[in-house]
Design a protein around this ligand. Structure first.
Ligand SMILES: Nc1ncnc2c1ncn2[C@@H]1O[C@H](COP(=O)(O)OP(=O)(O)OP(=O)(O)O)[C@@H](O)[C@H]1O
Ligand SMILES: [Mg+2]
Length: 367
């Protein structure tokens, strides 16, 4: 899947931009504050219905504008998949999403239509921050890999909300027991699907890690969110008083995580910043490759400020791995040479951004 036409209106400092990206690598360059990240953010918005920079979506609407509008014309692997995606968000929160002219209520449909992998200088949070970003990473892949996952996951979320509300209301265990039985029912398919996904991902990851981080002995394991030797129903009963005191459920599938260890240390303590960036890239590339193998779909890669933290050799390696996926890629850089000099093929398209204006430029590779 790739974007062949993209229109962005009133999105951050981009008043009105039209791009005709190429199938391969699209390079977006420009000075600080010109709007490069905003272009990637707009594409991400189309696929995910939210930003990767701000939790407050209203902030992405251009100052003084009432609404933002995004549109993408897609080239899909299967003709049955949507080919026109439109997104409009009003300052009052109203959102209008259309695929091929039909209104879409669930944002998950967007994710299915436009699978997106994003790598930003802040992607380190995948490794550093609490388990939420790692869990989102697992769930992104599991969502695409297993059609039964999403409905079960929606139920887990719903039940967990109910259970936590009851805990905050000081409910007795008898009142909560019904929800525990329900939770256990959906926790199993969610956990099994996640486990299967992480196993397949591990297989895919090995070769990429060997190239990116040849000396690194990386160990990745999935943790389900509660002690695997304990029956979840029993555990919820045992931990009822504790949960009541805390006002939320301490253990369960909502606490699933991915453990990344190098030489028996957490990866973030054992690797340099450049190596961590490569690890995050390896995880994303493995995920994209697996998606393609499992569903035939290509993800779109958004790589913000690709050159930062990486030496020329590793930039080269990363760009090669990315272009070898066969996916459409958008990379940003301040100086185009930082990318072009490390590419073994010419970029499909080059765009220059200046004060919110995006211009496609003719580009010839240096000899
Ligand atoms: N809601 C908004 N309305 C108008 N302008 C905005 C809004 N939000 C952010 N901006 C401005 O958009 C500009 C572009 O930001 P962006 O992060 O896309 O730049 P960039 O090219 O990625 O810069 P850098 O190289 O520093 O990463 C910034 O100057 C920012 O102040
Ligand atoms: Mg930026």
């Amino acid at each position: 899947m790739s974007i062949s036409r993209l229109t962005i209106e009133s999105f951050r400092n981009l008043s009105s931009a039209q791009l005709s990206p190429g199938d391969g690598l699209n390079l977006i360059y420009g000075a600080n504050g010109s709007g490069k990240t905003s272009v990637l953010e707009a594409i991400y918005f189309l696929g995910m219905g939210r930003s990767f920079r701000s939790h407050i979506t209203q902030r992405v609407i251009q100052r003084e504008a009432d609404q933002l509008t995004l549109f993408a014309q897609l080239q899909q692997e299967h003709p049955a998949q949507g080919s026109k995606v439109g997104f409009r968000k009003h300052r009052n929160g109203d959102t209008d999403v259309k695929i091929d002219g039909s209104r879409v209520k669930r944002l998950s449909v967007l994710a299915e239509t436009l699978p997106i992998q994003v790598i930003t200088p802040e992607s380190f949070s995948l490794l550093f921050e609490g388990p939420q970003s790692r869990r989102q990473f697992i769930d992104w892949g599991t969502f695409h890999a297993d059609a039964n996952f999403y409905p079960a996951w929606v139920n887990v979320r719903r039940i967990m909300k109910q259970r936590n509300q009851l805990l905050r209301d000081g409910a007795s265990y008898q009142q909560i027991q019904y929800w525990d039985n329900e939770l256990v029912r959906y926790a199993e398919p969610v956990t099994e699907a996640r486990k299967r996904y992480v196993d397949s991902l591990n297989e895919r990851l090995k070769g990429i890690i060997e190239e990116f981080l040849p000396q690194v002995q990386l160990k990745i394991s999935f943790t389900r969110g509660w002690d695997s030797k304990t029956d979840l129903n029993q555990l919820l009963e045992q931990q009822y008083l504790r949960d009541l005191g805390m006002g939320h459920t301490v253990s369960g599938p909502h606490k699933a995580d991915l453990r990344l260890r190098v030489a028996n240390l957490p990866a973030q303590d054992a690797l340099s910043r450049g190596q961590l960036k490569l690890l995050v890239c390896a995880l994303r590339i493995a995920q994209g490759r697996l998606l393609r193998q499992q569903t035939g779909k290509n993800s779109i890669y958004l790589v913000d400020d690709l050159p930062s933290e990486l030496d020329a050799q590793h930039r080269q390696l990363l760009l090669k791995q990315l272009t070898d996926t066969g996916a459409q890629i958008f990379v940003t850089a301040i100086e185009p040479a930082a990318i072009v000099d490390c590419l073994h093929i010419a970029p499909s398209r080059v765009f220059h951004v200046e004060q919110g204006l995006v211009t496609q430029i003719e580009h010839t590779m240096r000899e």
